[in-house]
Design a protein around this ligand. Structure first.
Ligand SMILES: O=C(O)CCC(=O)C(=O)O
Ligand SMILES: [Fe+2]
Length: 187
């Protein structure tokens, strides 16, 4: 499951360096920061991450999918680029989640909600490591994926459905844009 450098090589996980240019990265960060971001809330808990979501959105408080605001125009070319990288039909990625991780913020172990299927993420700002784990016997099998700024990752199949992922707290700000397809659309 690991290559010689300890990099995650999981079935269903692929990456692309430099999905966006440094200029596009700066513009995306400015656009995300200009949005009305709110602290991520899960069943009454507030996280240190600031988020905004567009398109089909999972409402954690209500526990169901609802249709939110459409993707802003500035985000659509990147959604299309993300779909091409992932080999998905343009238009399959019907959800976009913008996240700003302030210093000291990360994301705990989870699998993305089962209402969604494929996940394509774009990393901006500080480099980070996405950790993967799945239960094996009494312990966990583990893998790490370095997330370089401007790079993209695609979670599908086993990496998406069998493994949990998390991102350790970072000292410097990181932004991510994750796009998702719906579970009953593409496999
Ligand atoms: O910030 C990221 O790249 C990952 C975010 C994530 O795992 C999620 O929103 O489900
Ligand atoms: Fe996730």
């Amino acid at each position: 499951m690991m290559d010689l450098f300890g990099t995650a090589v999981l079935p269903g996980l692929s990456t692309e360096d430099d999905l966006v240019t440094p200029e596009e990265e700066r513009a995306l960060i400015a656009a995300i920061d200009a949005m009305d971001l709110s602290p991520f809330r899960f069943q009454g808990w507030e996280g240190k991450r600031l988020t905004a979501s567009f398109g089909w959105t999972y409402d954690f408080d209500a526990g169901r999918l609802s249709q939110g605001e459409p993707l802003p125009a500035w985000l659509r070319p990147f959604r299309d680029r993300a779909a091409r990288f992932a080999g998905l039909p343009v238009g399959a990625l019907v959800q976009a989640l913008l996240i700003r991780y302030g210093p000291g913020a990360g994301i705990g172990w989870h699998k993305d909600r089962p209402v969604f299927n494929q996940v394509v993420g774009l990393s901006l700002g500080a480099a980070a490591v996405m950790r993967f784990r799945r239960r094996r016997g009494a312990g966990f099998e583990r893998a790490n994926l370095p997330l370089e700024p401007r790079g993209a990752y695609h979670l599908s199949g086993e990496a998406r459905h069998d493994w949990e992922h998390s991102i350790a707290e970072m000292n410097r700000p990181r932004w991510s844009v994750t796009f998702r397809s719906l579970a009953d659309q593409t496999s």
